[in-house]
Structure formats: structure tokens, C-alpha cells
Design a binder for this molecule. Structure first.
Ligand code: CTP
Length: 394
């Protein structure tokens, strides 16, 4: 599972808010951005190079005199598709407005035509000083996107406009600049993927053919749109994705426990896992001899999504149905009996869909018209379902 987003530079100016940019770096990485951090020399008084190198996993240079053989101010300028400079101090804004190039960051800004966003943070009297006001205007006229600092308490006891904005609002503004959809920022999305397995004995189990691809595609789509995503993965082979909290489970009982823990906090539950409907009444601790394998007595599993919907508060619930006949009627019946808001149904006659990258089916909603989904990628279906979820959440 990889999802490489645009190459960006995170410039860090020498203000106390530099420490908040460590969190910003993490959130930008979660959104898929490939981030190179370029601090100004004075910012190293607040956060050192080692911290940035460890968090970004990339080398960090401050001056054009480091790694000269790679001409970093030109190579990095060419590679970077966007810039976000946070915090931008009064001094850094003045240097940028004057077109100076006295450290690596200001060199890069001059050498690159890519879109740039500044996140100013400083004392209110510095922000309101005519010199800063005019420098900010100069940069805006040159096409820089410049956020307004927030009003509130500053480092000392002073109050006013100058605070570094909340990380989520910086990410949202930056996403707007880069064209990343961020309509799920602040929402918690819980996704189940894969298929649960029920042990018969230490070597055998009852399972199903779900690969988990659809659930993972939904989790990635939700993360890309800014959600905080928790994935409950049942027997999927794919590696965990950075930025998606993942709980691995094997059986339906384990999935039930994970759901019980995560469901109360989520805004949207997307239950794409294929849950085993029943489990052996007795699990043998020793391998059962084949001569004794004639009949396995089963006991039904809890219907997990129906169970969750009994305790729901404001959560939007999305289910899946895989049917071999009477798709629409069956799906509508399940949507109503399990208390779902949406259900996606596909035709699995002949083993279609399982393990494939494409899907085709119908989205049914409680009140709206059915939405036919022509053959699309599982990523695209994830986004269609999220579009519907956002519409329903209002
Ligand atoms: N589901 C669940 N718990 C179960 C069985 C299913 O939460 N024990 C969820 C699935 O994850 C899916 C939806 O219910 O989102 C419909 O699953 P499906 O297997 O089609 O429904 P069943 O209730 O098992 O119906 P049937 O086997 O009768 O077709």
C-alpha cells in the first residue's frame, strides 16, 4: 500500500512556534506529502536539525554551503512542487519580500516558481507594524498565499493577533493550495477490511475469499481526504499504512472487541469486512483426525454491524452486501434490518470481485435513489461512498 503525494518543502522560521511545526510535518506526511524540511539557521535555536531529520527521514540542510556537490538550492527547488513556510517570522517575511538569499530556504524560494504558502506567527505589534503589513502585501501581490495569524494568548501574557494557527487549519489551507480534497478533516472514519476466520483446530479454519482490498482502498481514500482513520484488518496480507491506525484481528469475536472499542468515537463506520456468519461450536486444541471430520457443529456469530447500530449515537453506518441473486431487494432488506444508512451491493455470482481491483454494483441509500456504479476501481468506489457519507452527514 503506497500513496506518494507531491514533493514539498516545509520551511521553518526562527520563532517559538517552530516546535508546533513538528506536528504539522507529521500531519502533512499523513496526507501523503513527501516532505523535505528546510529550517532557517535561527530556527535551530528552537528545534534542532536532528529532530527534523528523524521526523522527516530525510537529510536536512540549512545553508547553501552544505552538500554543495548536489547544488541543493537548485535541485531541491526543481523537485519541490509546493512550499509551506511555518512559522514565518517578521524577519523571514522581510527577507522574502526583499528577495534576499542569505540561507538555503530563501535561496529556494527565489529559485522556484512553485506555489508557496506562509503561516505567519509573531507578536501582534510586529504583525501590525507598517513594515510587516507592507511586506505581507508585497508577497501577496507576488502570488504567495499568506494565512492570517490567529487571535489569542501569545507566549508571554500578551494577547492579540499573532498566534500560530491550529495544525488542522494549516493543513486545510495547504490542501486547498495543492488541490487535495480535505472534506473529512476532523472526522473519524472506522473501516473494517478482509474476512474473519474461525478456528476448527490448530491447523484448520472456516474463512472466506475476501482479500481486504476494498476496505483498504476506502481507508486510504478517507485518509487522503483528511480523516483520522482506524482500520480493523482481518487476515489481510498488505502492510500497514503510515497514518492509518490499524488493529489486526483474526476471528469475528476479535473484530467485535475492536469495534466495541473504536465505534463510540467514530463518525462513519464502513463495514466492508466479510464476517464469518458462524463458528464451530467447539474448537479442538488438537488437530482433528480426518476420520473424525465428518460433521462440524456450528453456532452463529453476532451480526456485528447490527449490534453496533443498536448503540449508535450520530454515527453514519455503511454496509456491504455480496449477493448471488435478487441483489437490490436483498441489499435493501439488510440495510433496513441492520440499521444502516447506506449499503453497497455487488453481484458475486461466479466469484466476481474477490481479489480483483475493479468493482461494479449499486449504492442504496435510505431515502435517495439507487446509484448504479459502473465498473470502477476500488479506490473510486471508496470515494463515491465517502461522497455519499459526507452528503448524509450534511
Ligand atoms: N456483517 C456483520 N456481521 C456479521 C455478518 C455481516 O457486521 N456477522 C456485515 C458485513 O460486514 C456487511 C453486511 O453486514 O457490511 C452484510 O453482510 P452479508 O454477509 O451480506 O450479510 P448477512 O447478514 O451475513 O446475510 P446473508 O448471509 O444472509 O446473506
Amino acid at each position: 500500500m503506497s500513496q506518494l503525494g507531491p514533493e514539498i518543502v516545509l520551511g521553518v522560521g526562527g520563532g517559538i512556534a517552530a516546535y508546533k511545526s513538528c506536528e504539522l510535518l507529521r500531519r502533512l506526511q499523513d496526507r501523503g506529502y513527501q516532505v523535505t524540511v528546510v529550517p532557517t539557521p535561527s530556527s535551530l535555536n528552537f528545534v534542532g536539525k536532528a529532530t527534523w531529520e528523524a521526523l522527516s527521514g530525510r537529510p536536512v540542510n540549512v545553508q547553501v554551503w552544505e552538500n554543495v556537490h548536489s547544488v541543493p538550492h537548485i535541485s531541491l527547488a526543481e523537485q519541490s512542487e509546493y512550499f509551506v513556510i511555518a512559522p514565518a517570522t517578521a524577519d523571514l517575511i522581510a527577507r522574502l519580500a526583499a528577495g534576499r538569499a542569505d540561507d538555503l530556504l530563501t535561496n529556494l524560494v527565489l529559485a522556484s516558481n512553485s506555489p508557496k504558502m506562509l503561516v505567519p506567527a509573531m507578536h501582534p505589534s510586529m504583525w501590525l507594524d507598517p513594515a510587516t503589513v507592507s511586506n505581507v502585501q508585497t508577497l501577496r501581490d507576488r502570488g504567495f498565499k499568506i494565512m492570517e495569524p490567529e487571535v489569542g494568548r501569545l507566549t508571554g501574557s500578551d494577547e492579540g493577533q499573532g498566534r500560530f494557527p491550529e495544525t488542522a487549519s494549516i493543513v486545510k489551507e495547504f490542501d486547498e493550495l495543492t488541490g487535495n480534497i480535505s472534506d473529512l478533516v476532523g472526522k473519524r472514519v472506522l473501516v473494517t477490511a478482509g474476512g474473519t476466520q474461525e478456528n476448527i483446530d490448530p491447523v484448520r479454519f472456516i474463512g472466506n475469499r475476501s482479500s481486504g482490498k476494498q476496505g483498504i482502498a476506502i481507508a486510504l481514500a478517507a485518509k487522503k481526504r483528511g480523516a483520522l482513520v482506524h482500520l480493523i484488518a482481518a487476515n489481510v496480507d498488505e502492510k500497514d499504512v503510515r497514518g492509518i491506525q490499524t488493529t489486526h484481528v483474526v476471528s469475528t469475536q476479535e473484530m467485535h472487541e475492536a469495534l466495541t472499542e473504536q465505534f463510540p468515537q467514530c463518525d462513519i463506520l464502513i463495514m466492508s469486512a466479510a464476517v464469518a456468519d458462524a463458528r464451530p461450536k467447539l474448537v479442538s486444541f488438537e488437530k482433528i483426525k480426518k476420520t473424525l471430520l465428518g460433521t462440524i457443529e456450528l453456532t452463529p456469530n453476532t451480526d456485528l454491524i447490527a449490534e453496533m447500530s443498536k448503540s449508535k449515537t450520530n454515527q453514519l453506518m455503511i454496509g456491504f452486501a455480496a449477493e448471488t441473486r435478487d441483489h437490490l431487494q436483498e441489499a435493501r432488506r439488510k440495510m433496513e434490518s441492520k440499521g444502516l444508512d447506506l449499503i453497497y451491493v455487488n453481484d458475486v455470482s461466479g466469484g466476481a470481485i474477490f481479489g480483483k481491483d475493479k468493482t461494479m454494483g449499486t449504492i442504496l441509500t435510505r431515502n435517495g435513489a439507487d446509484i448504479a456504479v459502473k465498473e470502477v476501481s476500488k479506490d473510486a468506489l471508496g470515494n463515491l461512498l465517502l461522497d455519499q457519507a459526507i452528503r448524509q452527514l450534511g
